[in-house]
Structure formats: structure tokens, C-alpha cells
Design a protein. Structure first.
Length: 239
């Protein structure tokens, strides 16, 4: 009597003329199991401080200079955080957290920077701004290496102890193990309890454009790099 055998990862089956005769369990190769688990889990991309940047842009009107309009821009490279990218199912991607150190914001005016630190942002008391619980919307069905793709972002932005839901628009590109992109939103200072600067010679708009430019690299998978007991929190730093 002739028997045929069919073997797959996890099970082997013998059959004869369509009749099941018996079966055994065949262990899967460790590599195949790891690959399957990796495909089901999002990859973690960690934002690189120094290579990334957070900035603001706000309009100022100098009353004593015939109402001259000026756009003040300040920025900091102190940006950290993690983005979860599902390489096989992009729609499941999201942002774990993005943290900006407001103490390092600088512009073309030391006087402006000092006023932000000491009075308006109170960055000594509230050193960090955080973007969390953020969903990435409108991602492509598949990533094309090096090809830019647009996205929308909805997340909770914390500034000066107040948290508001914010809506961003951006563009990013994934090439090998590096994710590069930017996202912008428009917020009102008063929504976060921030006093709008007013002086005899100067008026400042309540509306502020906020932009985050990021460069993030893919972390090694947990299967290849076991966690260590003293590994720092993903949030990093303290409030």
C-alpha cells in the first residue's frame, strides 16, 4: 500500500486515497517562529535627539515701528520619543510618545527666549512638552522604500501642565531602518493657559504654528537583544 506524506511547520500528516491515517507534531524552526512573530508586531523606531527638531512660529507686530510684521521662530534639537511602525500593516502604526525639552528653545532674541522660559512657558517648572496617545491616519496600504507618503496625526499635546487634543498633518519616508518626516499643527496659546505676550510696543498673535521634524532609527527586535534590568524607560527623563 502506498502512502503519501504532507509536512508543515507544526504538523505532519500521512494519508492514503484521501483517508487520514495519522499525524504527528513537527516542531517549527526557531527562525520561522521569530519571523512570524516579528511580522505580527510593530517595529520600534527611536527618535534621534540632535538630528531631530521641534520649532514654533508666531507673528509679532511692532507697534513702535509702524506696525511692522515679523514672524518669530524658535527651535530646539532636544526631541526624543518612539514611533511604532507596522511594516506589513501600516494602518496599525502609531506614536508611543514624543518629548520636547522646552528649556532648550532658542530664537534670534535672547530677551524673547528668557521671557518664554521665565514667564510664558515657565519651562523651569514645566520643562517638557509631550505628544502622546497619538494615532497615525491615512497611511498607505504598503510602504515603498524611500517614497514619501502623507499622513495625519491626532494626539494629546501637553504644554505647561495642560493637555489638549491636537491635529497634525505631515509627510514621512521610510528607507531601510530609518524613518524621516515632519508634522505641523496650529495651536492657540490660550488653550494651554499661556498668557499671550502684550507690551506697549509689541503685540503677539495667539495662534502658533508648531512643527516637529524627526529622524528615527529602528531598534533591534526583542528576540535578538534581550532586555537588561537597568534599561531606561521609553519615556526618558523626569517630569
Amino acid at each position: 500500500m502506498r502512502y503519501s506524506t504532507w509536512v508543515a511547520c507544526g504538523v505532519g500528516v500521512w494519508f492514503h486515497v484521501g483517508t487520514l491515517i495519522g499525524s504527528i507534531v513537527v516542531p517549527c524552526a526557531a527562525g520561522a517562529q521569530a519571523d512570524g512573530a516579528s511580522a505580527r508586531q510593530p517595529a520600534t523606531f527611536r527618535i534621534i535627539p540632535g538630528a531631530s527638531q521641534a520649532s514654533y512660529a508666531v507673528n509679532e507686530v511692532f507697534i513702535d515701528e509702524n506696525n511692522r510684521l515679523f514672524t518669530a521662530v524658535g527651535a530646539t534639537p532636544a526631541v526624543s520619543g518612539e514611533i511604532l511602525v507596522h511594516l506589513t500593516r501600516p494602518a496599525l502604526s502609531g506614536i508611543r510618545e514624543i518629548v520636547v525639552d522646552l528649556r532648550q528653545l532658542t530664537s534670534d532674541s535672547e530677551r524673547r527666549d528668557r521671557a518664554l522660559r521665565e514667564r510664558f512657558l515657565e519651562s523651569r517648572r514645566y520643562p517638557y512638552s509631550r505628544l502622546a496617545a497619538a494615532a497615525l491616519i491615512g497611511l498607505p496600504s504598503a510602504f515603498t522604500p524611500g517614497q514619501p507618503f502623507p499622513f495625519r496625526l491626532e494626539g494629546d499635546l501637553e504644554v505647561r501642565g495642560a493637555t489638549r487634543r491636537t491635529h497634525w498633518r505631515g509627510e514621512a519616508a521610510l528607507a531601510r531602518d530609518t524613518l524621516r518626516g515632519r508634522a505641523t499643527t496650529q495651536v492657540a496659546m490660550t488653550d494651554f493657559g499661556i498668557e499671550v505676550p502684550r507690551f506697549l510696543w509689541l503685540r503677539v498673535a495667539d495662534s502658533v504654528k508648531v512643527e516637529i521634524q524627526f529622524v528615527a532609527t529602528k531598534l533591534a527586535s526583542p528576540q535578538s537583544v534581550p532586555p537588561t534590568r537597568d534599561q531606561p524607560s521609553a519615556r526618558g527623563g523626569s517630569r
